[in-house]
Design a protein around this ligand. Structure first.
Ligand code: HEC
Ligand code: HEC
Length: 234
């Protein structure tokens, strides 16, 4: 797979996406206009590089098929075949650029107590509210799990907050049972803010890769994790 470098990025930045690009190289260059580490002055664009390919593929299908909503992403994935989306997902999954420092975002103003609450929720959950530890599925290093659970580091706080809002309003959906929608329903807005403030402060290890597997059963079943790996009580 060739490396699409600065040349492609420059082309993407000068050519506004008025017409849909029609080669893989052009499409990837267009993606980098928003998803490149160089563009991370913005506090909202999620990092896609290095995430498990199955996860990226699911998200591209979800934008295309109306299970996630963001006009530019719907446009980018619209009308592309599953095979083409898979190819794009494989490309970004294999990329491991360095992480920029965490962007300033809404999490920057969190108090020390809120940040500590966020860390507790991520590492231990809150059994009194039936909130499982995030690490139970996203991995102890939070670098995700193959093939379809994403890493949580390197994501802007504002992006994380927005995703929990989307699960609560059902404008982001995954295959049933939709474990993240269940978890979002158990988290208060202040707990979400605490989690995103803590996650947004971590400096990820560029050498980290998604784990090959995770201890089973998962605390809640997830339709987007393969059937053989299902299980778990509520
Ligand atoms: C104009 C900016 C822009 C462009 C161009 C763009 N994206 Fe996105 N992308 C976004 C934003 C913003 C989001 C988060 C949307 C949301 O809130 O759900 C996103 C989300 C995603 C996600 C889900 C990320 C996650 O962690 O769940 C994937 C995968 C993705 N984009 C891939 C692509 C690919 C592949 C291309 C090129 C074909 C592309 N994007 C082009 C802005 C863009
Ligand atoms: C039972 C397993 C499980 C647990 C526990 C869990 N997650 Fe997830 N999470 C998933 C799966 C599976 C996905 C992928 C969903 C999809 O395909 O849209 C996901 C996706 C996400 C995403 C989307 C990332 C992106 O790039 O858009 C965020 C953010 C997230 N989880 C945060 C959390 C937090 C915070 C916690 C702890 C409070 C948590 N998760 C606990 C399984 C889990």
């Amino acid at each position: 797979m060739p490396i699409f470098s600065a040349l492609g990025l420059a082309a993407a930045l000068t050519a506004a996406p008025v017409a849909a690009p029609d080669t893989l190289e052009q499409r990837i260059a267009a993606c980098l206009a928003c998803h490149s580490v160089k563009e991370r002055g913005d506090a909202y664009f999620p990092r896609i590089a290095g995430k498990p390919a199955g996860y990226l593929y699911n998200q591209l299908r979800h934008f295309r098929d109306g299970h996630r909503h963001y006009p530019m992403m719907t446009y980018m994935a619209g009308n592309l075949s599953d095979a083409y989306l898979r190819e794009i997902a494989d490309y970004f999954s294999s990329q491991h650029p360095p992480y920029p420092p965490p962007p300033p975002g809404s999490g920057a103003s969190a108090t020390a107590a809120q940040v500590a609450r966020g860390e507790t929720l991520v590492r231990q959950g809150d059994p009194s509210k039936k909130i499982p530890a995030c690490v139970a599925c996203h991995g102890t290093a939070l670098s995700g799990v193959e093939p379809s659970i994403p890493g949580l580091l390197g994501l802007p706080s504002d992006y994380i907050n927005a995703q929990f809002g989307n699960w609560k309003s059902q404008s982001r959906r995954a295959s049933a049972p939709d474990c993240m929608a269940d978890i979002a329903g158990r988290l208060s807005d202040s707990d979400v803010a605490a989690i995103s403030a803590w996650l947004g402060r971590q400096t990820p290890d560029a050498a980290a890769r998604p784990a090959a597997s995770i201890a089973l059963p998962l605390p809640i079943a997830c339709g987007s994790y393969p059937a053989a790996a299902q299980g778990g009580a509520k």
